[in-house]
Design a protein around this ligand. Structure first.
Ligand SMILES: Cc1ncc(COP(=O)(O)O)c(C=O)c1O
Length: 415
């Protein structure tokens, strides 16, 4: 157990020194970066992997029979293998590179969904979803005529499992839910939810955007049919994400996009598709970004996912306790035992944008707004919230600075 993640802790100090951006000053103050749920900072290992690709072996993959292309292909496929191992996928072929988690969900919606959903069918999501796991289903619902249902939350910010039995039924074809909420922080019982979906013959899609970067996630232990996440929230570059799927499902699904690389053969009379995972990777992919994500996975495994989880848990528990003392501050979501490494809140009647601007003047970066999750804000009766989210390089001192900044904001706005 980590007693106090402080800048004086040698492991933390060494980790922080690997993130060049943390040396930055913002408005003359040292950067306190607490917007990790939106995107994390990048360590030297990732920056160097990108740099080396472009300096040493920049080339297109799969097609070339020359040294650079072979090196790029090997690095790209090695990255896939490392990512597959991270989530314990049975085969790297089940780990498809997408642009981000959003695109991964859209692949499932437009490929699996179009082939399997129609009038009379139901898709179940929850009230705590990110827009990425709401809007694709709404778009498809209009076109295909199935019914989209929402599993409600309780007032304490956990899923209302008493409603599950009635909402998850023989008509449900897919239960798509968030593993860790990006607003409430709630950690959902993913394996139980997957099992509940399977019990009625439905498939389960896990939005692991806020879990894979922070904890050990095992797709086989969860028995997830589909699982998605983004590289940029786990020290990797932007523009790269993952769709994991069970092999038989991916094999049966039609391609989402057509073009180069996803075909085995193209004739004027028609085409035949490539095997997995290439069937879903049309066109030149984000080669450097995939390689960068592979480096990020190595980095996280060196840090240790157990250490990372405990570190964030210690920080979150401390932040929860300290923020609870600030007058007029309302924390959204459950207590620290049930949440991942983030705390969203409101402070009196101060608009979160104003709060964020005051904190920014002290070099503190938080997120303010609806965090791409308007329905959950509607459900809570608020239009926006402020959110501090932690990662492996954050410290107790940074939480203290946040609290001081919020007290200052409360004085400025004198509510
Ligand atoms: C829970 C959750 N799902 C999906 C996403 C979408 O991620 P991306 O924008 O990288 O596709 C996010 C991003 O904040 C998220 O927090």
């Amino acid at each position: 157990m980590i007693a106090s993640p402080s800048v004086t802790d040698p492991k933390l100090a060494s980790l922080r020194s690997q993130f060049p951006v943390l040396e930055r000053q913002v408005h003359g103050k040292p950067l306190v970066y607490l917007d990790n749920a939106a995107t994390t900072q990048k360590p030297l290992a990732v920056l160097e992997a990108l740099d080396t690709y472009y300096r040493r072996y920049n080339s297109n993959i799969h097609r070339g029979v020359h040294t650079l292309s072979e090196e790029a292909t090997t690095a790209y496929e090695d990255a896939r293998t490392r990512i597959a191992r991270l989530i314990n996928a049975a085969s790297a072929k089940q780990t498809i590179f997408t642009r981000n988690a959003t695109e991964a969900i859209n692949v499932v919606a437009h490929s699996w969904g179009r082939a399997n959903l129609g009038p009379g069918d139901e898709v179940l999501i929850t009230e705590m979803e990110h827009h990425s796991n709401i809007v694709p289903w709404q778009i498809l619902q209009e076109q295909l005529g199935f019914t989209l249902r929402y599993l409600p939350i309780t007032d304490s910010g956990t899923l209302d499992l008493s409603q599950l039995e009635s909402l998850l039924n023989q008509r449900t074809k897919l239960f798509a839910f968030v593993h860790v909420s990006n607003v409430l922080g709630t950690i959902n019982p993913a394996a139980d939810l997957v099992a509940a979906a399977h019990a009625v013959g439905a498939l389960a899609l896990v939005d692991a955007s806020q879990s894979v970067p922070h904890m050990a996630v095992d797709v086989q232990a969860l028995d997830a049919d589909f699982l998605v996440f983004s590289g940029h929230k786990m020290c990797g570059p932007t523009g790269i994400g993952i769709l994991y799927g069970k092999r038989d499902l991916l094999e049966a699904m039609p391609p989402f996009m057509g073009g180069g690389d996803m075909i085995r053969e193209v004739k004027m009379s028609g085409s035949r598709w490539n095997t997995l995972p290439y069937k879903f990777e049309a066109g030149t992919p984000a080669i450097a970004e995939a390689i960068g994500l592979g480096a990020a996975v190595d980095f996280l495994q060196e840090v240790g996912l157990d250490w990372l989880w405990q570190h964030e848990h210690a920080l979150t528990s401390y932040a929860y306790a300290q923020l609870s003392q600030v007058e007029g501050l309302r924390i959204i979501g459950p207590g620290p035992e049930q949440r991942g490494g983030l705390v969203a809140f409101t402070l009196g009647g101060v608009h979160p944008h104003d709060l964020s601007a005051v904190l920014d003047s002290d070099g503190i970066a938080i997120r303010a707004g609806h965090h791409c999750a308007q329905p959950i804000h509607d459900r809570l009766g608020i239009v926006a919230s402020a959110r501090a989210s932690f990662y492996l390089y954050n410290t107790f001192e940074e939480v203290d600075k946040l609290v001081v900044g919020l007290e200052k904001a409360a004085q400025i706005f004198a509510f």
